[in-house]
Design a binder for this molecule. Structure first.
Ligand code: SF4
Ligand code: SF4
Length: 370
């Protein structure tokens, strides 16, 4: 088996969230292989743990992919305050005589957006899974962060299929009785009902388990139904354009302007009836980062959720977005409009958890637990 076949046989999928099969990304000719170590969302810490503790494995996986696909530039992109992580990667690369180098990025959200990084990107956890695949180890365990209102915020390594409630227990248990759970990060993660939580388990794409107060920002946001969301878009959008001015995809030059979509919502009725409109179709370009609704909108409206709804309608109607252009020019003001991660965390009501260390690590073996 060649490298790509080994990765496929091990069942490696992207650990950054989308879960795209990794072997399908690895065909063609590339100038750069970028390991995404920017740990895009606030609060999540497992990628940083991996870079500190599995740097050699990540570098070896990058070297192997680079050699197989003849990729000249191998780069680990991380935030500029990740000093220990950068040192670990650089030390591992020096020891292995690798050409992997570190690129330091500013701490803004969403720094890990593939479009922001402009290259073939694999998350560092995916690259660790690639390393294991090359040793013949199938991808059956996940690194993830459990944080928020838990007694010992932790990075866990658990088998796929482990109950989320078990993961919370491994992080010392919940500190408060009345809590809700978000799987993923605080910006793009999915709120879970108390009922769902009883049976939910870790999947290959679970990256974080956030235990949050049941009366906080996320709980309120999750209670908003579609009808109310559309009514609020109609009645309260003041067309200030703040959502578009701060939208990272718009800043990169994509023809996506959430305030225009909101204007259509205010004028029209059901998004399903407007799928021919190019402005409505531009929702397909939205990466659902949440900047527009969590950070930008002064009225507390939901352009991201409306885009998500339209994307679902477009998918169901079998409509694929057709790009009108092949290159984009970034807005010259992009640098000053980037959203600092701490401010984003504060707006999402999770600032205090973003300061938690998550230095505890748990390797969970269900057999030993019996
Ligand atoms: S969620 Fe909002 S800010 Fe983010 S890409 Fe979509 S429209 Fe832009
Ligand atoms: S930021 Fe809010 S109020 Fe302003 S245009 Fe966007 S959705 Fe409307």
């Amino acid at each position: 088996m060649n490298l790509v076949e080994k990765i496929e046989a091990a069942g490696v999928v992207g650990c950054g969230g989308a879960g795209f099969p990794t072997h399908r990304k690895l065909s063609g000719s590339f100038e750069y292989l970028i390991a995404n170590g920017a740990e895009c969302e606030p609060l999540l810490r497992h990628d940083r743990w991996l870079m500190r503790n599995k740097a050699s494995e990540i570098v070896q996986a990058m070297d192997a992919i680079g050699a197989e696909l003849n990729i000249p530039n191998l780069v680990v992109a991380l935030k500029d305050h990740y000093h220990a992580e950068a040192e670990a990667i650089e030390a591992a690369a020096a020891k292995l005589g690798s050409k992997v180098r570190v690129h330091r990025m500013e701490s803004f959200y969403p720094a890990g957006d593939e479009q922001t990084m402009v290259a073939v990107v694999d998350n560092v956890a995916t690259l660790f899974a690639v390393y294991e695949a090359l040793q013949g180890i199938p991808f059956t365990k996940k690194y993830l962060t459990v944080t928020g209102e838990v007694n010992t915020p932790s990075v866990l390594h658990v088998p796929v299929g482990t109950p989320l409630l078990k993961c919370i227990e491994l992080a010392g248990g919940a500190k408060i009785a009345d809590y809700m759970v978000v799987t993923g990060g605080p910006m793009m993660g999915k709120p879970m009902s108390a009922e769902e939580l009883q049976t939910a388990t870790v999947t290959k794409t679970t990256g974080g388990i956030l235990v949050l107060p049941a009366d906080g920002y996320h709980a309120k946001a999750s209670q908003l139904n579609v009808k109310r969301m559309l009514n609020r878009a109609k009645s309260a959008c003041i067309q200030c354009t703040s959502c578009s001015q701060l939208c990272p995809r718009h800043m990169l030059g994509h023809p996506l302007q959430p305030h225009m979509i909101m204007r259509k919502m205010a004028m029209g009725g059901d998004p399903k009836e407007m799928l021919d409109d190019p402005i409505i179709r531009s929702a397909a370009l939205c990466c659902e980062c949440g900047i527009c609704e969590v950070y930008a909108c002064p009225m507390g409206l939901n352009p991201r959720k409306i885009n998500s709804l339209i994307k679902q309608d477009l998918r169901e109607a079998g409509i694929r977005y057709e790009r009108q252009q092949t290159s984009w020019k970034a807005n010259p003001e992009r640098e000053v409009r980037k959203a600092p991660t701490d401010k984003v965390a504060a707006r999402a009501g999770v600032y205090r958890y973003n300061k938690l260390e998550c230095s505890n690590f748990v390797e969970y073996d269900p057999q030993a637990d019996r």
